[in-house]
Design a binder for this molecule. Structure first.
Ligand code: GAL
Length: 376
């Protein structure tokens, strides 16, 4: 009798493993998808992780989201753990290029890796990247300044003054954001209508000057200190009309520094941002931050799961709402430095005070965020 029972259990276990679908994890269960996000000090990543998990589970995958506190070694360990658990796809928002070692391990295990919103640099070990059109994100920031300063009517006789910030030099996106913004602003600098106070890299290829305006790991405290130093240094004897801030976390830190300077009491510079964070939506609604860029990360997460599903099944991805970077002349967005991967781009949306409520109407914020920031 015991032998019969043992045999029956063995059959069930084998069947469970064999018929659980492609890429079943080593527990014989549903396909396991690992979600590796870089940090939580920039709030959007907690939204991304939660959305990715929600859409993965809606597809019948088992999913786990992990956050690396901006420490690539921590994230690499998290990725190794996903591999040990039998993940068949790992979606990675990396911290820096140190992630390539973990991606190589995933490739050896024939596990699909998808670079999520940040390119995985210096790696030939993956095939897919999904993000927003980051060059356009920068262009929208540049257009925000162009609109806010009415630059089309500005002249060298009555120039406007701007100082420049960039994102983390460890983040490939930061270079596209900056170059997109400067593609709009450089002509005004060349005409003399716009004067840059502080370092002026014309493009991110001016590495020395780009490093001087970059913000390590997107840390708000780093941006705030640099802005305070500018206000007491290079910008002491001018009144800034605008600050190019690469995302909302840094924008709010820069605004805090300006509000502590009597020169800007009641008249803040035009300050840009991106991510449509709830606190920045409130700041824009209240006339402080000038604009942000709404990147509906729930759409990005849904698209990333569709991409993971196709990659695991070996079918051709069909991602509604995304375009292939190569089809719009932006193939370079998928250039890892060792390979050009297929980069899918979603469209960002500019947010001003006039349409600050668009992300609310899109269901982007939790009720708690709406209440906490009075986004009614
Ligand atoms: C970038 C991302 C931005 C912003 C920034 C800070 O990679 O594209 O949306 O979130 O990181 O984390």
């Amino acid at each position: 009798m015991k032998k019969l029972l043992f045999a029956a259990v063995a059959v069930v276990l084998v069947a469970g493993t064999v018929f659980a679908g492609p890429g079943a994890d080593n527990k014989g269960g549903a396909t396991f998808v690992g979600i590796a996000m870089p940090e939580t000090h920039v709030l959007r990543w907690t939204k991304d992780g939660a959305s990715l998990k929600k859409f993965a589970e809606a597809k019948g995958f088992r999913a786990q989201d992990q956050y690396a506190n901006a420490d690539q070694n921590v994230q690499n360990t998290q990725i190794q753990n996903f591999l040990t658990q039998g993940a068949k796809a790992i979606i990675i928002g990396c911290v820096n290029d140190g992630v390539a070692a973990a991606v190589a391990d995933a490739a050896r295990d024939k596990v699909t890796v998808i670079a999520y919103d940040r390119i995985i640099p210096n790696s030939a070990d993956y095939d897919y990247y999904i993000t927003f059109n980051n060059f356009k994100v920068g262009q929208l920031q540049g257009q925000g300044i162009e609109r806010g300063l009415n630059l089309t009517s500005a002249t060298a006789a009555a120039p406007k003054y701007i100082t420049l910030f960039a994102g983390s030099p460890t983040d490939g996106n930061a270079f596209f954001f900056y170059d997109g913004a400067m593609s709009v602003l450089n002509p005004y600098v060349e005409s003399g209508a716009l004067i840059v106070v502080g370092p002026y890299p014309k493009t991110s290829k001016d590495t020395a000057n780009f490093q001087r305006i970059a913000t390590e790991n997107w840390q708000a405290a780093v941006a705030k200190t640099r802005m305070e130093n500018l206000l007491n240094g290079d910008a002491k004897d001018v009144t800034l009309d605008a600050v190019l801030a690469p995302n909302d976390t840094l924008a709010r830190a820069i605004i805090e520094a300006c509000k502590a300077d009597a020169k800007y009491a009641g008249k803040l510079p035009v300050v840009t941002g991106q991510d449509a964070e709830a606190a920045s939506a409130a700041s824009i609604k209240n006339g402080e931050q000038y604009m942000t860029v709404f990147k509906d990360t729930s759409k990005l997460a849904e698209a990333a799961i569709l991409l993971a599903e196709a990659a695991v099944k070996g079918t051709t991805p069909n991602i509604p709402g995304a375009v292939l970077a190569s089809s719009i002349g932006l193939e370079s967005i998928g250039d890892t430095g060792k390979k050009v991967v297929r980069a899918y781009l979603l469209d960002p949306v500019i947010i001003y005070r006039e349409n600050w409520k668009d992300p609310v109407n899109a269901g982007f914020y939790t009720q708690e965020e709406i209440n906490q920031n009075n986004l009614k």
